[in-house]
Write a protein that binds this ligand. Structure first.
Ligand SMILES: [Fe+2]
Length: 424
């Protein structure tokens, strides 16, 4: 498969968990690997739920109530919505379960049409009641019922939905960090959520690994948890390609800016060029030039841009334009999955999600579930692009080689970056 390669692709685990490397800049996140529960579901449930509260702990009630844009949600809403998920899809199946507050269905249903009507997404910041105390009481009520169910209920009835609920909550843990960073970035004080991250080592020399192409298989298949959009496993034809050993760095991005990357329409997709003008893009989100020095706002506050660190908070349009400026292109998601599964590229998870050239569409033979859970992923397969890997804000053990993250191509508030590829 790969030219002169030491990698045996036939031995690649189709759903290999992606672990961070020691040299990657990470936040302090607990290891919540669902594949290593050893059957201790109650312990895992408690760790995931406690981890969410730990993320909210440094935030005041005012911090937790703010909504900085329609795409972002208040932290308090995340705390309640993840709880609503367990209550709605697991606990309510039992007619004996006592609902905490029937009004919460309307407030904390995100997008499930089959469940019923819901509050307008862009107005979640207006929900000052229930207050934070009541939301914490809601979490405690649902936690007590969940623990009783896990301890005494029929596991066959709740295990797969519990795994989904915990993975769902882990996704919202990353959203909490994305959303509070965006909110804090709009505060003139630019407060820090956490202490300085450790400095990033010099990036490794950029190397390229060539693959011969041919018929390969991608997608999840197996008993381990995966979201429905990761399967079915299926065959894909790949032309020969090469892929970069590491991520695009801030230093390389500053060269792109200095070379007029944001001012050359020939580098940009038409829709992206429209975003450059409409949004006034001159650099990644959160960057500001202060007396000739590029600075970036992060969860650690505003700092000079570290030229060694992977660039982040770029849209798909920016990643695509950078690739064109470099004389390269973005990898397709199939190329990325084959390369990461072959373990021949660095920085696969733990820094930034990596934009691919692939639109977010269904794999062959994909059929979403016929109930409300079928709305989880399938109905968003339009107008979005796939990102692969994982980020510094992704819980340890949450992501896999087959994992498909997705955002609209102009979105920049995710921990998103780029890795280059090229044709052979
Ligand atoms: Fe959700």
């Amino acid at each position: 498969m790969k030219s002169g390669n030491p990698y045996d692709l036939s031995a690649v685990d189709p759903a290999m968990p992606l672990r961070r490397q020691d040299d990657e800049q990470t936040m302090s996140r607990p290891d919540l690997d669902l594949a290593r529960t050893d059957g201790d579901w109650s312990g895992l449930y408690q760790r995931v739920r406690a981890s969410t509260l730990a993320l909210a702990a440094p935030l005041s009630a005012e911090d937790q109530a703010v909504q900085s844009m329609p795409d972002a949600s208040p932290v308090k809403w995340h705390l309640a919505h993840t709880t609503w998920f367990f209550e709605t899809f697991i606990l309510k199946v039992d007619p004996a379960y006592r609902v905490f507050d029937p009004a919460f269905d309307f407030l904390f249903n995100s997008y499930y049409e089959a469940v019923g009507p819901r509050h307008t997404r862009s107005e979640r910041g207006l929900i000052t009641r229930p207050d934070s105390r009541q939301v914490l009481a809601y979490r405690a009520h649902v936690d007590a019922a969940m623990m009783a169910l896990i301890d005494h209920g029929d596991a066959a009835l709740w295990r797969s939905l519990l795994a989904l609920g915990l993975n769902h909550e882990e996704q919202h843990q990353e959203l909490i960090l994305m959303d509070i960073q965006h909110a804090f970035s709009l505060n003139p004080l630019e407060p820090a959520y956490q202490a300085d991250p450790s400095p990033v080592a010099s990036p490794a020399q950029l190397a390229w690994t060539a693959f011969d192409g041919g018929v390969v298989e991608i997608g999840h298949d197996g008993p381990e948890f995966a979201f429905d959009n990761e399967g079915p496993r299926h065959k894909v034809w790949l032309e020969p390609f090469t892929i970069a050993s590491r991520l695009v760095t801030n230093g390389e991005w500053m060269e792109f800016i200095a070379d007029g990357g944001y001012r050359q329409p020939r580098l940009w997709l038409s829709e992206g060029w429209g975003s450059v003008h409409r949004e006034g893009w001159v650099a990644p989100l959160y960057w500001r030039n202060v007396e000739g020095v590029w600075t970036a706002f992060s969860l650690a506050g505003r700092r000079a841009v570290d030229s060694n660190a992977p660039v982040r908070h770029i849209s798909h349009f920016e990643a695509d334009a950078f690739a064109r400026w470099s004389g390269k292109r973005l990898p397709t998601e199939a190329e990325w999955e084959i390369a990461s599964g072959a373990d021949c590229i660095a920085q696969v998870a733990g820094s930034v999600w990596q934009w691919t050239a692939s639109p977010y569409v269904a794999y062959p033979r994909f059929r979403p579930a016929g109930d409300a859970i079928g709305e989880y992923n399938g109905k968003f397969m339009s107008g979005q692009m796939v990102l692969r890997g994982g980020s510094c804000a992704t819980p340890q053990g949450h992501t896999r080689t087959t994992y498909r993250n997705f955002f609209p191509p102009a979105a920049r508030w995710a921990f998103s970056g780029a890795r280059l590829a090229d044709d052979v």
